[in-house]
Design a protein around this ligand. Sequence first.
Ligand code: SF4
Length: 520
Amino acid sequence: MTTTPEHTSAVPLRVLDHNDIFRDEVYQKQFEGKREFENAAPKEEVQRVLDWTRGWEYREKNFAREALTVNPAKACQPLGAVLAALGFEGTMPLVHGSQGCVAYFRSHFARHFKEPVPAASTSMTEDAAVFGGINNLVEAMENITALYKPKHIAISTTCMAEVIGEDLFAYIGAARDQEAITQDFPVSYAHTPSFVGSHITGYDVMLKGILEMLAKSPDADASKVAKSDKVRLNVIPGFDTYIGNHREYKRILELMGVDPLILGDHSSSLDSPADGEYDLYPGGTPLAEGALAKFSRASLVLQESTLRRTAEYIEKDWKQDTILLETPLGVKGTDAFLTAVAKVAEVEVPAELTAERGRLVDAITDSHAYVHGKRVAIAGDPDLVVALTRFVLELGMIPVHIVSTNADTSFPARMEKVLSASKFGEEATVWPEKDLWHLRSLVFTEPVDVLIGSMQLKYISREANVPLVRVGFPIFDRHHLHRFPIIGYTGGLHLLTQLVNTILDEMDRNAPDHSFDAVR
Ligand code: SF4
């Protein structure tokens, strides 16, 4: 019994998963008919071309392409801007442009975090594209404040708004003049044209816009800083979709006797508890605290490529000690992070963290026989890729292909520094601005044992029969990975667990009977 079109209502309905339904004879016949109608190439010819695309000749053609991108491992700027906005208390992200863009951002985050994602659109259509979208923006702000009662609106733009040169500053002024919002209602904005940059650029400019607005607000008053014997440090994780990381940063700094202020804390906004009450704004950095961030002792900036403009702004305008660190993954990354915190806050690393370090080193030793020498390809955002590469080198793995579609100009030098520090880095080739279709060629021509990257790599994983360890964004097809930290010693243990168990699963799957051991 199936739910094929030939069945009538007299047949009890059994809904088949699409894994099964399209194997049904009826669909198979339809597929054959479609091939015939389209005069499709013979299957043997399709297979011949497919095989050719897996070879060196095609790889060279693939790498010669200039005006075409296939499967880029990046999203567009306003997506990042929405995430930055969700990191602040009571904030409604408002994207000025066409409605479909916001639907895409919301669905992307909802699929990754498995959470509802508030974000509004000014819903520009043809008339606004021709005459300008000021009325859309003013009306949107009026509706949002009336219906959703946010404490702050963070505005970004889509391609359409940028192509016609919309002036957000002037439009926000018009909204105040027309009393769509009050004169002092907090609004921040960032222009996020998607024909340049990527989601990490959008994150950066929106975060900078929010911090600028907060730093000029009436709450940005040094007399409002609470008296404390603890040093306050700003922690800026950046476009970090591991909500477990935000909690881990707080835990580590509190253990060190430091008062952490996470700037852009979306850990609660995208992980609200199911307690029977729906809260539209369940978390985020408190706005009043964000306004005081410029009085903290220093800012720890944990994504160098992503947070370039934000870091420059803090350093120049706040004249604050701005410490650029690699995202603290693995032993060395976490050591560097703790050392920097200890130095700037003048505190000691507590025994509890030293013990966690020892546990991670012990776990790496336990697993080294399985991970050591494994060849790996890594793809993703530049800051994550740099940190992951350093971690896999620590494990004695051999990075072979390193791809970052949205890498900036500093990326090759940063990678070189990481790779040259280990003899396991000698074989690596670094591919800034290349896409996942390039990675496919690399994996087929120079095979690896493991892929590390987002869910987008699953197609290469299946075709090339190489296991994928899912790290990064987006991950739509596995659950809860983002809830666990990957930073710090504890996060290193989670990453190691994912890596070694993927390798062991693969080993078991391929083991001949005499090697299918109970103990690994
Ligand atoms: S690339 Fe441009 S049009 Fe496409 S979703 Fe992003 S903002 Fe919208």
